[in-house]
Design a protein around this ligand. Sequence first.
Ligand code: SF4
Length: 493
Amino acid sequence: MLERLNKDRLKISISYPPLESPFGVPLLSQNRQFQWFKNPTYIYPVVPACAATLLKNDGFDVIWDDAISEGKDFEQWLKDLEKERPDIIAMETKTPVVKRHWKIIDRIKSLQNNGWKPLFVLMGDHVTALPRESMVKSKVDFVLTGGDYDFLLLSLARYLARRDDQLEPGIWYRDGERIKYTGHFRLDHDINTLPHIDRDLTKWHLYSTQNGNFKRLPGTYIMAGRDCWWGRCTFCSWTTMYPVFRVRKPASLIEEIKALCEEYHVREIMDDTGTFPGGTWLREFSKGMIETGLNRKVTLDCNMRFGILTREDYRVMKRAGFRLLLFGIESANNSTLKRLNKGLTIERMIDSLRDARCEGLYPHITIMFGYPWEDYNDALNTLRLGRWLLKKGLAWTVQATMVIPYPGTPLYEYCKEKGLLLTDDWDDFDMKRPVIKTPFPEDMVVGLVHAIYSTAFSAEFILRRIVTMRDMDDLRYAFRGVKKVVGHLMDFR
Ligand code: SF4
């Protein structure tokens, strides 16, 4: 039987401990990928922020403790935590840093802290794929699986505080020496019941400027849904492990955007849903943005998928205030797109980019190098296509990465089954080097990533940027963009 605590007013810390590395600052709070950045980007962690808000509204004491974005070193972080003495420390983790998190948990658990014995919780995609691993390899007390770990953390806190007798499914815990769990996680929580995120509690300002997506500052993040209505790409950890798509009502999102504009004077908002909803939902939302006049106050960005939006949709989105649309191209080769289950051809993607640009939107594309089945010529096709799209202005910005097969995804299973993994050390999954065997040398994979970022220094690309500048926001955005590109070149040096 899981023991409860002897108090009902628990103090809970949602923590991102410092992770020091010569590679830079970790980007841990991005939903789908992990990277070390020389020029840091701080992404507002929306689901942990929902957890903090739910807990506070339910009467718990909550500490928002992101030592990464606050730039604290380990000693300072620990000193501050020892002063606060939370009962529970909940940490979001990812594959490349899970071993570091185990060490941190074990270190704090081994300290003699005048009777302070916090309980530790790990949550996120890696522990959803491999929950038992963390229970066995560290002294963590609980693992929360599934993407609704905000609801699960509330359930756990209520149970430990003796307010509820039942724990939600999806929670791993210890019963003496035995490891137990409460069943498979649910993905049917009604996200329309979530309160608006408490932005002050969750220190939204820490994430409001150092983010390459924002042109107008300050910016922040919201989520219209969880997580992607497509949800089938074989490399995508969130959506393959949390395959149920749910969406908030358009009116509730508009209400939140209105509050962000009026109370926090936010000028740009990125929606971090895996893929933003389309169809009648999008039209209703866009209509609401226009009718309330919010489209003139705030710029919107979102993750989008090719092939669903018509030219008319793009036109309406532009009127509603959208600027940056993030699209996953992944590869220029249709055979790879088929293997990845993208459900699209490259020709269709290019047509869609053309439509979006014609309507005045700014597509950001993501591409990857290092597929185990692509030879160097295939990879060069992707490089050439990416460069061409950037130079012609069909894509405005790019994010190039190496293919990393995260545990829990079909791509990981495929690589494991075919003996394609170069390592089973999670530390190596940090995008500093390929972890999958490729038909050409590793350094050439890194070279391709480098080469795509170098496009930003071509005369055609620079000229196009200069002629489209309209105001100081454009100038500052371009300046920050140059810094980002230089940072990326150093990241993949
Ligand atoms: S469309 Fe994007 S978010 Fe959706 S499954 Fe594919 S990669 Fe993941």
